[in-house]
Design a binder for this molecule. Sequence first.
Ligand code: GLA
Length: 735
Amino acid sequence: MTIYNHRFIIKSIFLFGLLACVSETFAQVVTIPIETANQAVVLQAGNDKRLRCIYFGHKLSNAKEYESVPEAYKQAEDHAGLLNSAYTPSGSRNLFEPAITVTHADGNQSLDLQYVSHEVKSAGSGVSLLSVLLKDPVYNFEVTLYYKYYHQDDVIEQWSVIKHHEKGKVTLQKYASANLHVKANEYWLKQFHGDWAKEMQPEESKLTHGIKTLDSKLGTRANLFMPSVFMVSLNGPAKEDEGSVLYGGLEWSGNFKVDMEVDNQDNLRIIAGINNYASAYVLNAETDFTTPPFVYTLSDKGTGDASRHLHNWARNFKLLNGKGERLTLLNNWESTYFDFNEQKLGELLKDTKKLGVDLFLLDDGWFGNNHPRNDDHAGLGDWRENRKKLPNGIASIAKEAVNNGVKFGIWIEPEMVNPRSDLYQKHPDWVVKQPKREEYYFRNQLALDLSNLKVQDFVYQVVDSLFIKAPSLAYIKWDCNAVTYNAYAVHLKDAQSQFYVEYVRGLYKVLQRIRAKYPTVPMMLCSGGGGRVDYGALQYFTEFWPSDNTDPMERIFIQWNYSYFYPAIATSNHVTDWGKQPIKFRTDVAMMGKLGFDIVVSKLNTNDLQFCQNAVKAYNDLKGVIWQGDQYRLRSPYEQNMACIMYADAAKSTVIMFNYLVNNRYGESSKMPVKLKGLDPQKRYLVKEINLYPGTQSTIKNNLTLSGDFLMTVGVNPDLNSQRTSVILSLTEVK
Ligand code: GLA
């Protein structure tokens, strides 16, 4: 070796060292801001390569300054350096609830995830997709975190893709979609609970140290007792137009788990995903395990703003045909139950036309021969028309509907089976039940094993064959009336712990096949009322059934609570005979979402019929604003004697305002005016009461014209009182 060479080598070593050192300095801190129009979530990989969330809040005008955020906090010590992990691994140094827990192929249970790289791609106009690759330095195991962010709507969908290259199988014991980290002085959780006919009852409480869990273990009808949607207000309960509030929900139609943990630093860790209850998932090497998106939005302008963001996002990006049309309808469930025949249906088709709605929806009871569906004990699974009730099949009713100038839709519950059915006898191995245990029923039925490809084919065929028989079929009501007991799937053999996950995946596969062939046919997501509603399912459905409880007084509250998370266009409201209120009140309540009827039209007196017909016409004129407009909740039925809600079109020139008196004690009335929101202060609006009952006069002054400024500062009085328990006002810009 010459001196020169020697020097060269020394120089090279020095240079290389310098470069490595420089690149290490550069590699030390990687800051990744996820910014939407108003909000930001900022991730940072420190020089220890652990990915953390260093900021969650209002967007800063200078993105460089996010790096100074951590220094601004002088909180208790983080003994693990992981409290604000962007995806907390377990079994290494975590001290709090993990996002992911695994058992490696060699039985070791530790995981450490370190930042490797990230990239941001466009995912359409105004939408970006960030992916961050994390790897375990010891095991050949990786997680990619995905953040899809919708700039205009301040909405983020977050999920993870888990993969390994180990020799053998890895068991995922826990596999969350998202792990958020929020800093505030106080956290107020508003959650929702319920049961049949009591969906979406709110409860608000302050989160204290430790874990509060929202979850479901119900399987099929996962949301019967609780949906995954929730809101957390920061520094005190948010109001409609004030306060910081985070809305979240898992896009998954099965068991979910959301843990909210206030840690020793007083920060809030939110870990959301599929419920790992009885669901350890065995993952083969080189196979992606994709968790469902957790959707969230943060607003610092209160709950109204957060809802409008979520509604916009849903209509633009998630809900099937969110910007499209919907059909008004007459349903026969409450007017006939299981008792009908062709002749009766013929009359109902005429009533549909008479009422003026778009479609007749034939509900439960049309199928089953060896086990006729004459009540809810038999027939589910045997999707052939009952020959006694419908000797000429649904093709003939569908044709008859066309002859009457209306459309035709049908109810199905294809995931379920009654033990009293041909299907149950023919394919006992398709049924979810424990082979050695007594069967246990919910509404006399059991779920089919949708993790089985053959069952997926069967369910697909149920739908496809209806469209083949009746090509003019224009609507499907897809029901799901049972929770899952005795979860066991024959075909999964020794992989039973994958059942809950594979069931939902199977359901989505069927829905994807249906949508590939029938992309836009409206379908209602129903589950014995609102037992299954989430944005995972709503990408295949145009609307959902919030509750079987259609008592309009109850419904005001139920619809109010759904309105936090779901837009009016997706919320099917039917006028029924539940409740003692007059038809006007019942109809006015149903009109605040997607209108339908489930009443005996032929029994309506002349005025009631006339009122309903006019209401359908009025609705047809207004539905664009209700479905696509911005929603403002003006008066809460929880706080006042009235509920008021309004919708304004994008141009702020057409407004619909729904007002209901919710207290019938003596003298209760709208004593104070109600301030509108979201108007143009400069514009002048003609205020008019619509949907009047025949023979009644409005007490709102004729030609009342007020400025947007007046309407938002002083307000308008709908003049609610015991004689006028519901009032709909339309406000149109006067040019
Ligand atoms: C469920 C639905 C109802 C009706 C019945 C039919 O309860 O929520 O609307 O369709 O099933 O059995």
